[in-house]
Design a protein around this ligand. Structure first.
Ligand SMILES: [Cu+2]
Length: 179
């Protein structure tokens, strides 16, 4: 009986350990992480649009874990008439935006970040304003990975980064774990 009891306890401990381990491993694999082929897309977010604005930015991080480059060649969203890939830069002291007609290459082993002030998705002809807390589905199209659906998490007006970045992760954990 003693042996059976011991092995039962071992199983319980192992199970508890596995459960703990699964929780630790699950933390970075949040619901907003999207995998497509060799690509991992995280931190897809947007900003609330102030009254009447017809355009909104889309930001996200794309990591290429494969051994060949892939290219973001198009995107669309139900909420917008069209979605373009833009690059923002300073030219002679003036902030300019231009569409990347040839798409955006993500080299193998590299991570490309779309963020305010740089590369971004430009949602044009918005059908309704983006409000904080909205979840906006956007379809990205890659040369190799194909079509990938991501969800932009809409933050407040003027926010510079996605919720849950850095320190905020800990605060966000309980709500994530309910899912
Ligand atoms: Cu733009």
């Amino acid at each position: 009986m003693q042996i059976i009891k011991l092995s039962f306890m071992t199983i319980v401990r192992a199970a508890a350990g596995a459960f703990l381990m699964a929780n630790i491993l699950a933390t970075p694999l949040r619901a907003d992480e999207v995998k497509a082929g060799d690509l991992v897309i995280t931190q897809a977010w947007s900003r609330a649009t102030p009254g009447g604005a017809k355009t909104g930015g889309g930001y996200l991080t794309i990591e290429n874990k494969g051994s060949a480059p892939d290219r973001l060649i198009g995107s669309s969203a139900d909420v917008a008439g069209k979605v373009e890939l833009h690059e923002m830069s300073m030219k002679g002291g003036v902030m300019t935006m231009r569409p990347l007609d040839k798409g955006l290459t993500i080299e193998p082993g590299k991570t490309v970040k779309l963020a305010p002030g740089g590369l971004h998705l430009m949602m044009e002809d918005l059908k309704s304003p983006l409000k904080q807390g909205d979840k906006v589905p956007v379809t990205l199209e890659f040369e190799k990975a194909g079509k990938v659906q991501v969800t932009l998490d809409v933050q407040g007006v003027g926010t510079q980064g996605p919720a849950g970045a850095g320190k905020m992760d800990m605060k966000k954990m309980p709500s994530d774990m309910k899912m």
